[in-house]
Design a protein around this ligand. Structure first.
Ligand code: SAM
Length: 348
């Protein structure tokens, strides 16, 4: 049954996905990772895409229970970068060879439609970068304006496909998962879209994680980010249990088998659970790394958001050093923008 499911050509059912996520036979589990790696090679090749993240503001108008940026976290030292600072960092990242930048913040409407459009326009005039926005749920008219100003992609994780849990984790303020509607709208506008969820949230079941994978497949996203739950300091969930590493890796492997031609990052949080976390993920289905390009002093403030405040190899070092690291895994640093692998986006 196990081998039949991992080798199946057709879409897996939810029950089959649950079966794989629950599979724990130590003598057989490596076949799951091998199969995910094979599918990754078949659909994505051996290139690894770097997507530089710039966390330009940690102000947030939302109150998600798991997130250190939540508005009620008065212990967090807040910062905002100016448009000029943002544009300068992005140009420097481009000069270093980065092909995609993710502009990320809390939900911070201080950066209104025009300011974000101005930043996009300036970046697009002076670099050939793909620009991803990760600004949380914003107005539909804003999405339209930003697409016209040159944004290529929008990353909006649905966080959990379980709508009761979603309402609970968003502090009861949001009924139903509005993010799903936003993702559908973004796709219609021609954005390459990214979704994903947090793995190991309190009270989340394996069935919920299977629903996350089914939803990501149904939304036909170009990237899916599955990150382990890491309890953040000064949040209501700070004393909850951290995600189990094996569960996080298994989710990425099963996601590859389910989603096939979709970019799947090995997120930095995996290195908190296991020193070789991201490398293991890259060997189990992942094909993207997201190094952080947030400059000092903002980066230190960002790191202090977590209990750990550890430093991890951030893959922001010169490109040849990264290439050497990746060659050891039998992979190479991709020099293309890492656009959508879906046909609908390739035919332009
Ligand atoms: N404001 C934007 C949004 O809401 O989509 C982007 C910024 S938000 C900080 C980026 C992501 O961090 C969220 O989508 C969430 O999945 C993740 N995140 C927040 N707290 C987390 C935690 N404690 N453990 C794991 N991931 C977390």
């Amino acid at each position: 049954m196990f081998h039949e499911i991992i080798n199946k050509e057709e879409d897996l059912s939810k029950e089959e996905i649950v079966y794989l996520l629950k599979f724990s036979d130590k003598n057989e589990l490596h076949f799951l990772y091998q199969r995910a790696d094979e599918i990754r090679r078949q659909f994505c090749g051996d290139g690894i895409h770097l997507r530089g993240i710039l966390d330009f503001s940690n102000y947030c108008e939302q109150n998600c229970l798991y997130c250190s940026l939540r508005e009620e976290n008065i212990s967090l030292e807040r910062y905002r970068m100016t448009p000029e600072q943002i544009i300068e960092v992005v140009r420097a990242a481009s000069a270093q060879g980065i092909r995609t930048i993710i502009l990320q913040s809390g939900k911070d409407t201080y950066y209104d439609t025009d300011v974000i459009a101005y930043i996009l326009y300036q970046i697009k005039q002076s670099t050939d970068l793909a620009v991803t926005l990760s600004l949380g749920p914003r107005g539909f008219d804003e999405y339209k304006a930003w697409k016209m100003a040159g944004a290529d992609r929008y990353l909006l994780k649905h966080e959990t496909a379980n709508s009761e849990l979603f309402t609970y984790f968003t502090d009861g303020l949001i009924r139903g998962n509005e993010r799903i509607q936003h993702l559908r709208f973004l796709k219609r506008l021609g954005f390459q879209t990214g979704t994903g969820s947090i793995i190991g949230l309190p009270n989340q079941t394996i069935e919920d994680i299977a629903d996350d994978l089914v939803l990501s497949r149904e939304l036909d996203v170009d990237m899916a980010v599955f990150s382990p739950f890491i309890p953040s300091a000064f949040t209501p969930l700070q004393n909850m249990q951290i995600c189990n590493f094996d569960e996080a890796i298994k989710t990425i492997a099963v996601a590859r088998i389910v989603l096939k031609n979709c970019h799947l990052p090995a997120v930095t949080g995996l290195d908190i659970l296991n020193k070789a976390g991201r490398e293991i993920a890259l060997k189990s289905g992942a094909n993207v790394l997201m190094p952080n390009f947030t400059p000092e002093p903002f980066l230190t403030k960002k790191r202090l958001q977590n209990f750990s405040n550890k430093r991890y190899p951030d893959y922001t070092s010169p490109q040849h050093e990264i290439s050497v690291k990746l060659e050891r895994l039998g992979r190479f640093l991709s020099i293309d923008r890492g656009d959508s692998l879906k046909k609908s986006h390739l035919v332009k």
